[in-house]
Design a protein around this ligand. Structure first.
Ligand code: HEM
Length: 406
């Protein structure tokens, strides 16, 4: 545990600045890490060791290339079917954006001939994203298991009465389950896409992994629409009940009755549920927009503008970083979209794991609210007393018996 905390700290220190630099750190000279390589045999040019280190993702001090861009290649006189004066010079100039070339396409991403940013993106995706994302989910599940062991299931005081009230109408449950079902599928197929090659391919083979990931991608891309529709429906139906009010203060003061035995009064949704609601709405919207940006490549660039706004607020200063890059190639836009989409996905999955816990094993009588739509009166009194009083007042009569949900 301590090791991971240390690693997390290290990540914050190392990955943070990496994200904020316009030059990709993997390609920049890394002092103290890249070994001094004897290049006399190649006359100062790349050696096999340089190439192998780069392929393995090890640090390479590339100043010998970066600072050795020949004069002719910079103007690239021979770029064309007849070939250039020196191909390595030319490609080096292109790679470091020094070549003075004209590209005859209106397609913005076609104008980028060599794009360096892919290396740090690949390393981040294969390294910290997988490691910390994976640990976040494992840690959340472990925490919930320990919590269940220590706290036990939250019971209905005095047991069930047998009398029920309608908590959610059919349309509310439909929207919830459409959003929930699609989220679970999106989460699983997303995890396969990120971990399949590392975790499954060694056991089941590359062919099986490839077929599985093709299917995953198909499911992921198409099911996303159901999630977005469910998200909008849930927002429209429940936003009114999720506006903060003073009952939330009492709820927080009494830790929601989750720790201890008090049951703070609450309306239709208590403060904890409001937090879940707003997390789902904000993170769900963000994951949807970045997902659309990935689904329609290069059509919806989000990050250069967002970084510009954040720089304007001085956000980088608050966290001790350099200003975020505001000039991004179309490919870099896609790389940021992919990373953001995955990071938000992990955070949301962790929150939803806690939600699933409390909506099922963690609390007696909760699941019925989204199952049949009917909850026991004692449950409603214990967890949503103000709401129960309102429902009874509206019915204007004694509590009904176990009437059908709709
Ligand atoms: C898959 C297992 C899931 C179960 C068993 C479950 C269960 C429940 C239950 C029982 C409620 C009603 C609580 C009440 O009556 O007060 C609820 C509400 C809600 N659910 Fe789920 N849910 C699941 C998945 C999801 C997912 C994946 C999302 C979002 C992506 C989600 C979002 C919500 C929201 C926003 C609410 C209203 C706020 C709240 O009660 O926390 N649920 N869920």
């Amino acid at each position: 545990m301590l090791r991971h905390l240390m690693a997390l700290l290290l990540l914050a220190v190392t990955a943070g600045p990496a994200l904020a630099q316009s030059e990709p750190p993997a390609e920049a000279p890394i002092e103290g890490q890249a070994p001094v390589i004897d290049r006399s045999a190649t006359g100062g040019a790349q050696t096999l060791e340089d190439i192998l280190r780069r392929q393995q993702g090890l640090p390479v001090d590339d100043t010998f290339r970066r600072e050795d861009i020949g004069g002719d290649a910079v103007s690239a006189p021979g770029l064309g079917p007849l070939g250039g004066a020196s191909d390595p010079e030319l490609w080096r100039a292109l790679r470091y954006n020094e070549a003075d070339v004209t590209v005859s396409t209106y397609n913005k991403n076609g104008r980028v001939l060599v794009q360096d940013g892919g290396m740090w993106w690949l390393q981040f995706r294969e390294g910290p994203l997988r490691v910390y994302g994976g640990w976040l989910l494992v840690g959340t599940i472990a925490f919930l298991a320990v919590f269940l062991l220590l706290r036990g299931r939250i019971r209905i005081d005095g047991g069930k009465t047998g009398r029920t009230v309608t908590r959610f109408q059919f349309i509310e449950r439909f929207a919830h389950w459409m959003m929930a079902g699609s989220f679970v599928l999106l989460g699983l197929t997303g995890l396969l896409t990120l971990f399949g090659r590392k975790v499954l391919a060694p056991y089941f083979g590359l062919d099986f992994n490839a077929q599985l990931l093709i299917a995953s991608k198909y499911v992921h891309n198409n099911v996303s629409w159901a999630f977005m529709l469910g998200l909008i429906m849930v927002f429209v139906m429940w936003v009114w009940h999720n506006l903060p009010d003073r009952t939330d203060l009492t709820w927080f003061a009494q830790a929601g009755g989750i720790i201890g035995n008090k049951h703070p009064p609450a309306k239709k949704f208590n403060a904890g549920q409001k937090l879940i609601f707003w997390s789902v709405i904000v993170l769900g919207a963000s994951i949807s927009v970045s997902g659309l940006s990935l689904l329609f490549p290069f059509e919806l660039p989000l990050f250069a503008k967002t970084f510009g706004i954040l720089n304007g607020w001085g956000v980088y200063d608050w966290v001790g970083l350099q200003p975020f890059p505001v000039e991004l190639s179309p490919q870099e836009e896609m790389q940021f979209a992919q990373l953001w989409h995955a990071i938000v996905g992990f955070v949301m999955m962790a929150i939803i794991l806690a939600h699933i816990y409390i909506g099922s094993v963690g609390m007696e009588g909760a699941f019925e609210a989204m199952g049949s739509g009917e909850v026991d009166e004692n449950w409603a009194h214990q967890h949503h007393s103000i709401w129960l009083d309102e429902v009874k007042a509206m019915e204007g009569s004694a509590p009904k018996g176990s009437a059908p949900a709709e």
